[in-house]
Design a protein around this ligand. Structure first.
Ligand code: GLU
Length: 309
C-alpha cells in the first residue's frame, strides 16, 4: 500500500474549491492564495472547483463574482472550472459502490433526535459543533420509520495522516464523529462524498485548504480507502477569525475582498500566511513573481486559527 508520505508519481495538482454562497472574503482569499502559491511553487497545476451542491445556500452570481475576483488577483484555473452541480451521476455511482460493499445504511433520525441522544465532541476551531451520531439506525430503521438520509459506517480504528502544517492528525471516527451522512435528508449529496469523488476525478495530489476542514479529513480518507481512490497530501492553513474567534465566513458576514485594490488584498493574504511581501511591490503580477520563489510551507504559522483585526 502506498504510504501517504511517499511522493505521488503524478505531477503536483492542487485546487481551490469555494462554495458560491457569497463574494470572496478574506477567509476564502487565504485558502485561494495558499493553494495557488503552493501549486505554483511546486511547478504544479491549480484548478478551481465550484462547490455549488448545496443549492439552497448557493447565491446567484456568486460563482461568477468569485472567478472574476480570482482573475483580478492573478489566479486562473488551469482547467475548465468543475461545477459540482453537474456531477450528480458520479456521486450516485460512488454511493452505489459503497452500498454494494455494505458500508451504508438509511437513517431516519432528525437533527433534534440526534441532538437529544448524542454526545457533543470537542468543538472544532470554528463552525457549528458537530454531533457524534449515536448509531440509532445502524442495525435497521426503527419500526414505522422511513429513511431520510444515508450514512457511511465507520469503525474505531484510528485514521492518521501527516499534515504539512498542522502535523500528525489522528481521529477515531466511531467515537469522535460516528457514522456520517453521505446523502442528506433533503436529497443533496454530502460535501464529504462529493469532495472525495471530485479530488480523485481531478487528479488532485495536494489539498491545501483551511484548517476548519482538518477534522473532516479522516472521513475523507475513510471514503478514499473504501472507494479505492488515492489519498492526496494535505496542507491545512490557519483560518482567519474575528476577535471573538469566529471564522471569517459568509455566515459571519465577513467583508468582501476589495477588488478595486487587488494588490492590497493579495499582500495581506501572503502576510497572513507568513510571507509578508517587501515594500514597493504594488502590482498583483509583481507580488506573485516575488511570492512563488519565496514560498515555503515551513513559514506558514503552525496554528489552526489566527485572529485578524
Ligand atoms: N467548499 C469548501 C469551503 O468553501 C472547501 C472544501 C475543500 O476545500 O475541501 O469551505
Amino acid at each position: 500500500m502506498p504510504s501517504i508520505d511517499a511522493d505521488p508519481p503524478q505531477r503536483y495538482r492542487g485546487r481551490f474549491a469555494p462554495s458560491p454562497t457569497g463574494p470572496l472574503h478574506f477567509g476564502s482569499l487565504v485558502a485561494a492564495v495558499g493553494s495557488h502559491a503552493d501549486a505554483r511553487a511546486h511547478g504544479g497545476e491549480w484548478l478551481v472547483r465550484m462547490e455549488d451542491l448545496d443549492a439552497p445556500r448557493t447565491v446567484p452570481g456568486a460563482a461568477a463574482a468569485i472567478l472574476d475576483g480570482l482573475a483580478a488577483l492573478g489566479m486562473n484555473s488551469d482547467a475548465p472550472v468543475l461545477f459540482q452541480s453537474s456531477r450528480g451521476d458520479a456521486y450516485r455511482a460512488a454511493l452505489d459502490r459503497l452500498t454494494s460493499a455494505g458500508l451504508t445504511y438509511p437513517c431516519a433520525c432528525s437533527r433534534r433526535e440526534i441532538a437529544d441522544s448524542a454526545l457533543r465532541f470537542g468543538a472544532p476551531v470554528d463552525g457549528p459543533r458537530e454531533l457524534v451520531y449515536p448509531g440509532t439506525c445502524r442495525r435497521g430503521l426503527p419500526a414505522g420509520r422511513s429513511g431520510r438520509a444515508i450514512r457511511c459506517r465507520v469503525d474505531d480504528a484510528p485514521i492518521a495522516f501527516e499534515d504539512a502544517v498542522q502535523g500528525t492528525v489522528r481521529q477515531r471516527l466511531a467515537r469522535e464523529v460516528g457514522d456520517f451522512v453521505l446523502l442528506r435528508a433533503d436529497g443533496i449529496f454530502a460535501y464529504q462524498l462529493a469532495v472525495v469523488v471530485d479530488d480523485a476525478e481531478q487528479g488532485i495530489t495536494d489539498v491545501v485548504r483551511g484548517a476548519d476542514l482538518l477534522d473532516s479529513t479522516p472521513r475523507q480518507i475513510r471514503l478514499q480507502r473504501a472507494l479505492g481512490l488515492p489519498t492526496p497530501r494535505y496542507c491545512h492553513l490557519p483560518v482567519a477569525t474575528d476577535a471573538r474567534g469566529e471564522k471569517l465566513s459568509k455566515q459571519t458576514r465577513a467583508a468582501p475582498v476589495d477588488l478595486g485594490r487587488p494588490a492590497d488584498a493579495l499582500r495581506r493574504a501572503l502576510a497572513f500566511l507568513g510571507h509578508p511581501p517587501p515594500a514597493g511591490l504594488d502590482e498583483v503580477a509583481a507580488l506573485w513573481a516575488w511570492a512563488v520563489p519565496q514560498w515555503d510551507r515551513a513559514r506558514i504559522p503552525r496554528a489552526r486559527a489566527i485572529p485578524v483585526a
